[in-house]
Design a protein around this ligand. Structure first.
Ligand SMILES: *Cc1c(COP(=O)(O)O)cnc(C)c1O
Length: 470
């Protein structure tokens, strides 16, 4: 730590033990399970994915937002302005410039805001290559990781459990990477046809595994691989939202959304922020943006039937009393045991219920909301976005305050043509990139829902990969 100035509090969003420190102090990362234990650089935390004790990495302190962050003209410029102090090992101008370049090249697509009646603002995060907001985190992570691996002269194996959109975003972002290989695990029958097409498209350095189990099985297998001695020789890393390299860039679009809404309204207002949630990475990133100084009127965690977290913040479920996941129409949020719950507790502790409202939305209400949104505005939304819109409507009709709301639109409606057509009576217009995948070459292997099956697949691949590299 530079010790240049005394730490100061950053408002109501920080839990015990956290302080906002001057932007100059290099940030170190600690495990949620041992905040006073080993502290590592951002690069190390990113490559490890999980901490050795099984916890998730968090920054040891929060860097306050820099002056005039609202002036950045593009998402890439905003990233380059805000994030380098979080991601540099030293207080070093050259390293910060490299990080800024990596982020700016990753975030080269727009995040437009569309206004809906009732002071609702939809932040469209699906204009990246795989048509879901996960492109933001995945593309940033791929560029940051390649930079770190190149610097070290190492390579890494990234193992990802996906309930839909993560896998394709990660595969697309890392395809052709010189230093990283990607193994994707997804639940058989647990992703839509379009999602599956995206997952199994053949890409250099990427393998897809269709697991005969649920998303939670996939996540369990990935966790087991990380502590598997037999895989110690491969440098395993993660690209789920448990990875800090994906998490932190997601904080940016909350800033961007607030800035765009301020422009549309001609004034700055603290917004209610509605987050369609599954594994809670998205929500955690937003709450970290608030911890860094973004003025927010409160968060809404909008869940489908997998609503453990909503019940937790309402005081109806105990900490870590997770349920098995159940399939829904908004399947990228079908998560029974959200990994980032652990982060939220570590960051905000007992104050979570005061900072977040939780709502669970069933499939019928989701479909009705897709239809009513189309009827009132002509806009088609994906089922995840509809869960957010419905959650807000339920809060407002319950006589809750009418604060203007920023709602995250997380996927393009064309990724869910059956659900959207079922709701409004016609299919969404085709999406060019998604259509092109119909004829793309495929590569996928079936896998039992068993950690040893994954071990075998990875070792066999690594052996052949070594051969190919000689
Ligand atoms: C992943 C995903 C979510 C949920 O985000 P979490 O970070 O897992 O809470 C919501 N909508 C879509 C379209 C997604 O792909």
């Amino acid at each position: 730590m530079s010790g240049a100035a005394a730490p100061r509090s950053a408002g109501p969003y920080l839990g015990p033990g956290y302080a906002a420190e001057p932007a100059r102090a290099p940030v170190r990362y600690v495990s949620t399970r041992d905040p006073l234990g080993e502290a590592v650089t951002f690069g190390e935390a990113m490559l490890r994915g999980l901490a050795p004790d099984g916890g998730l990495y968090l920054p040891r302190h929060v860097v306050p937002l820099p002056e005039r962050w609202e002036d950045a003209p593009t998402p890439g410029a905003l990233a380059a302005h805000v994030l380098p102090p979080w991601m540099s090992a030293e207080d070093d101008a050259r390293e910060r410039a490299e990080v800024a370049t990596a982020l700016a090249s990753a975030l080269d697509f727009p995040w437009p805001v569309t206004e809906l009646p009732g002071e609702r603002y939809l932040l469209e995060l699906f204009h990246g290559p795989t048509a879901a907001f996960k492109d933001v985190g995945a593309r940033s992570l791929a560029r940051l990781m390649d930079r770190e691996l190149e610097r070290r002269g190492e390579r890494a194996w990234i193992v990802v459990a996906t309930s839909g959109d993560t896998g394709s975003a990660v595969a697309d972002a890392f395809a052709g990477s010189r230093y990283a290989r990607v193994a994707l695990l997804y639940p058989e029958g647990g992703v839509s046809e379009v999602q599956e097409r995206q997952l199994v498209a053949r890409r250099a350095g990427v393998r897809a595994y269709r697991v005969r189990g649920t998303f939670d099985d996939c996540q369990r297998m990935v966790k087991a691989a990380f502590s598997d001695e037999a895989l110690a020789e491969l440098r395993l890393s993660s690209a789920n939202s448990i990875n800090v390299g994906r998490l932190l860039p997601q904080a940016l679009y909350y800033l961007w959304g607030a800035r765009e809404v301020a422009r549309l309204r001609g004034e700055r207002t603290a917004l209610r922020v509605v987050v369609p949630s599954g594994n809670l990475g998205n929500l955690t990133a937003g709450m970290m943006a608030a911890a860094a100084g973004l003025d927010v009127a409160g968060f809404v965690a909008a869940h489908n039937a997998n609503d453990y977290f909503a019940r937790y913040v309402r005081g109806e479920a105990g900490a870590y009393r997770f349920d098995p996941s159940v399939p829904t129409l908004s399947n990228a949020m079908d998560v029974g045991a959200p990994s980032n719950f652990e982060r939220l507790l570590a960051l905000f502790g007992d104050r979570l219920p005061a900072l977040v409202r939780g709502v669970g939305v069933d499939d019928d209400a989701t479909v009705r909301r897709i239809r009513s949104t189309f009827d009132e505005s002509g806009i088609l939304v994906c089922p995840h976005t509809a869960v957010g819109l419905e959650a807000l409507a339920q809060l407002r009709s319950g006589g809750h305050d009418q604060i203007p709301a920023l709602l995250l639109a997380t996927a393009h409606p064309a990724k869910f043509p059956e659900v959207v057509a079922g709701a409004v009576g016609k299919a969404p217009p085709p999406h060019e990139r998604l259509e092109a995948l119909r004829t793309a070459e495929r590569r996928v292997e079936g896998l039992a829902a068993d950690p040893t099956a994954l071990r075998g697949a990875l070792l066999a691949w690594a052996e052949r990969d070594d051969d190919e590299r000689r």
